[in-house]
Design a protein around this ligand. Sequence first.
Ligand SMILES: Cc1cc2nc3c(=O)[nH]c(=O)nc-3n(C[C@H](O)[C@H](O)[C@H](O)COP(=O)(O)OP(=O)(O)OC[C@H]3O[C@@H](n4cnc5c(N)ncnc54)[C@H](O)[C@@H]3O)c2cc1C
Length: 620
Amino acid sequence: MPIVHIDELLKAQIDYLVVGGGTSGLVVASRLSEDPEVTVAVIEAGSYHKNVEEVDVPGLANKAFNNPLCDWIFLSTPQAHANNQVVYLPRGKGLGGSSLLNLLGLSRGSKADFEALEALGNPGWGWDEIVRYTKRSETLVPLKDNHTCFRAHPSIHHPGPIVKSYSPWYSPLQEPVIQALTTLGVPINFDPANGNNVGTNTGLCTIDPSNATRSYSASAYYEPFSSRPNLLVLTNALVSKVALAQDDDGLQRAIGADLIVDGKTFQLRGVRKEVILSAGTFQTPPILELSGIGNPALLKEHNIPVLVDLPGVGENLQDHTLTFLVMETDSTLEGLDNLRDPAFMQAQRELYKEQKGILASIACQTFSYVPASTVTDQGTIRRWQEETVKNQRLPISLEKQYDIMRPWLANSQEAQFELLALPGHFFRPMSTPELGKKYFSFALSLLHPLSRGSVHIKSTNPEDPPAIDPNYFGHPTDLDMLTEALKFNLKVFDVEPMKSATVAPVLPSKNTIASGGDALKEYVKETVGGEFHPLGTASMLPRVDGGVVDSNLKVYGTSNLRVIDCSILPLEISAHLQSVAYAIGEKVCANSFHVRRVLCIILMIVKGADIIKSAASILL
Ligand SMILES: Cc1cc2nc3c(=O)[nH]c(=O)nc-3n(C[C@H](O)[C@H](O)[C@H](O)COP(=O)(O)OP(=O)(O)OC[C@H]3O[C@@H](n4cnc5c(N)ncnc54)[C@H](O)[C@@H]3O)c2cc1C
């Protein structure tokens, strides 16, 4: 059905209500509505950005940043351990959620990342299961030539609706950077999607090469099914809370939601089966808190009646902690900086019509997943391992996480850092590129940070952005680790063939690099940010360990309220998150909702048999 009006939604008989039509939300809505017997409603706070250039054209992806129609433009609280900086935290707004705003890279975590999920108390979330559902979400368009360093095995990359492919344009520094990294001990990994992602790969991207547009949750999971009469989508509507009713067994049952449309509040009630939250890592916890589910102390502070005492809501926030570096390079080489020249941009627009050129490609093209042992010596790794246990006042749940993460530091098969190469100037207000000059940057991130942050409501006004505290470098070892990785990353420009193409360092400056040690640490604090991969705030963990949902993604203390977005992941994985967001949606549909359907059918058959038996006993 086309996008509905609020009046139609209020009149509908809804079985499943999906809150947030984002990356995983639309997967679940799409899969559930395959059953014509059920009615699925989606409420999304943003619009449907159909045929919007900044969303569709891969090379213009960053143009949607800071646009309030597409981006929530969240800001962190001042970061106590990073010079009180306030950090920009983009999140996608509209059908597709962050998959409409992201930078189109597609990667999978390692086998160990998902074994960790199981070890933390979540049976059925291991590597094989995740791969099974990842495959259900995506299809690879294979390479026509051997230009890149990726030789994927097609059988592990299909047969789902998200289209993934390779960029048609690569920077002339692509091969040199891969060679320099190889010299530094980072090997090429021809197919990092097989459970061992260590090494350098030419990134796969979510670009549909048939028309060179973004393949994302809205284009793949919504648009082709938008005419289904049992799929109702309401846009530009903000859900403020879930309506709950207590059942005799003491569990809270979700019966609907309150939502705001054009400044007016509406109450949607009568949901027959489930309410499914998929508002994302920063916005699912506030909805839970405003509904009366969370830490009693916080809820009481805001005069919200406590319906479920669940102190884990909004805690355990993690992101890949990021810094970056920029080098000036040979000005004759073609790169993203050329796009600032209007004539070059016009020529690229022409090329784009043939699905070619920079606009048909992703910005970041070389992904290197690097273990700690490549970056530093064994003594330093042992010190980092010891430092994880130095803090004696850890909650038990965090101790369990550290117990898993500690051996990873010494494991040459588990990446601790990601080096993401960008053939242009990484944009930050602290440095602007000079016209005519060319740059090469790296976004460098810590994949398994030790610090934990939080996200909570600031007031009972649902339109108030939450207090988001990533707590970067709250654990001091994170700063040490990222600084060591920065020193390693800088070496790429001292090694041939990158050395000959490099003119001078821009960020960090030559002086900062020469000073080393504390100066580099200060630089890392000044440039800190997230890699836009937040998770953990509605963690899938045992309730005693601060869990918010069980391994079926049901919120503790409720009978039919689920969370199905990235907030459920309790521990960072060594990959970008969109792939796992799709897998979560696919998995929950296959395991929980369809199991329920099968059970209903069995029940009907059993009931039918009972009726026949009782009819027979009456007749005979
Ligand atoms: C700028 C950026 C770049 C990224 N780059 C990459 C990349 O290259 N590769 C990669 O794999 N990952 C990338 N990511 C990460 C990845 O895209 C996200 O982690 C993932 O898409 C999150 O999916 P989700 O379903 O958890 O949440 P989202 O997709 O964010 O969905 C949440 C949805 O809920 C809606 N919503 C929120 N609150 C409410 C409410 N109260 N009522 C109604 N609706 C609401 C939002 O508008 C949104 O549509 C990037 C993310 C960002 C922001």
